[in-house]
Design a protein around this ligand. Sequence first.
Ligand SMILES: [Zn+2]
Length: 277
Amino acid sequence: MTLVRVASEPGSPGRENEDFAAASASVMVVIDGAGSPEGLESGCRHSVAWYARNLCGLLLTSAADQNVTLADALATSIERVNALHSGTCDLGHPGSPSATVAVARVLGDDVEHLVLADAVLVLDRVDGRAEVVTDTRLADVVAKLDEPGGLPPLGPDGRSAGLRRRVEELAAHRNQPGGFWVASADPQAAEHALTGTTAVADLAAVALLSDGASRLADRFHLLDWRALLQVLHEDGPAELIARTRAAERTDPHGSRWPRGKASDDASAVYRSFSKNL
Ligand SMILES: [Zn+2]
């Protein structure tokens, strides 16, 4: 019996969730959409959530074809989303919606994975190791841009002028050699994703997380990866997100853990391969 659990929640109640997560019998996908801050032009009349859910659905479908690689499935999905709005929107605009991607696919005796930008995939190995796959190129660019003192303090709603300037600076490095790669209008970004294959026999579980759901481990350091996997195994993705929200509430202004948004959209997909479930 295969058990896949999925949870996805907006950063705050009433805001549109710009993450999208879904799973089929063989494919698991987490998408984390990003766009221009309010008040900046994007060239696209659709919402970031629209972009995220269409990319997720098309990727779930494309990756189900076992004859294509995950990178090719992602490239095809990016092209298909482009086709949905190339007639109404300026896809060459630097503010066009983009997304980070994590995909895992069970194919025969193997689990294949693909990670693009700062989504996180964790391979829970039967030997006890937690192997984290995430693309640091976005963080590397941010580190280069950071002035001494790091990110500016959060504004009342997490969208200070400093943050807006940061988004504009990042756009100049997006999908450029030497910069970082995300899913947006350019299907070639898929070639720059991190990919790998692991034997099912070597895995206890696999977890796919948007960066809003990996914070307890990689930003707040309240859990190590093994403990995070334990939460997913015992209590599931919704509990991981609930614990993340509880931690964020203890630091609403980002003074202990500097971050762009007090609470981010959070998504987790967890699949266990243990035989005794
Ligand atoms: Zn559009």
